[in-house]
Design a protein around this ligand. Sequence first.
Ligand code: KIV
Length: 295
Amino acid sequence: MSAQPIIQAPPDPGRLPMTLPLLREKKRLGEPIVMVTAYDYPSARAAEAAGVDLVLVGDSAATTMLGFSATTPVELDEMLVLARAVRRGLHTPLLIGDLPFGSYEVSDEQAITTAMRMVKEAGCEAVKLEGGGEASVRRARAIIGAGIPVMGHVGLTPQTSTALGGWKAQGRTARAAARIAAEALALQEAGCFAIVFEAIPAAVTEELMPSVEVPVIGIGAGPATDGQVLVFHDLLGIRDGLGPRFVKRYANIQQEMNEGVTAFAEDVRLRRYPGAEHAYSIDPAELADLRTLLS
Ligand code: KIV
C-alpha cells in the first residue's frame, strides 16, 4: 500500500463541502445535482472551480486517459494514481472512486478491500460499482456494511457491455426496463446513497423515478433524473469524434491542443522560438570569464 500522504486542496471559504445529507436535501428540494468525471489535478481543479456537487474518478479513464477502447483493462493501481491526483485538486465536491472491472466481483472481501484502498490511499469519500444483479447488490451491501458509501450504476454498464449486447441503450423493451427498475430498487434497498442511470430511454426513466428514493444521476437517461453526469473529456471535446448521442459538447479542447502543439512545432522549426524574452541573462563580466576558462 502507498505511504504517500493524501494532500487536499485548500478549502474554498465560500462553499460547504458536499455531504450525503446535503445530497439528499438537494433531491428533496428538487435542486439539480451536477456530477462530472475527473482523472487528474487539472480536471479536478476545473470541477472545483465550476462548483460541481459530485466528482467521479470514472473507470472511463481507461478510454479517456489511457487510450484503451473499453473500460475493462484499467487496473486498480492505475485508478488509485488518478484518484490521488484528483484528491489533491478538490475540496468541495464529494469524491467518488469507481471500482474497476475485476476489483470487486470475486467476493465480498475483495470488494471491501478494494473500496478501502480507494478511501485510505486516495481519499475517496465513496465508491461506485456497476450492475444491479444479485452479485453486485451483495457487494454493495458488503461495502456499505464496512462503512463506505456506495453509488450504484444501472442501464448501460460499460464493464459488462459485451454481455449486454454492445455499447447501446438499455431498457428499450418493457421486460428490460422492468429489470432495470428491479435492479435500481435492489441497490437502493442495499443502502446505496445514489444510483447512476446510463443510456436508458427518457420515458422509462420518467416511469421509474417516482419509486426511487435516493438521488438518481443520469447520463443519457433524459431530463427526469435528480442530476446529470458527463465524462469530462466528452463535454470538453478532448477526444476524436463526437461520442455518444447524449453528449453535449461545451468546448473543443482536443482541437485547441492540436493547434497549440502545431504552432509550437512550427515556431521551433522556423526558429521563431525561443525569443529573447524567453532567455536567461548572465553578467557580461561572468561571460568574459567563462570565455577565458573555456579557451
Ligand atoms: O466511468 C465513468 O465515467 C462512469 C460515468 C459515465 C458515470 O461510470
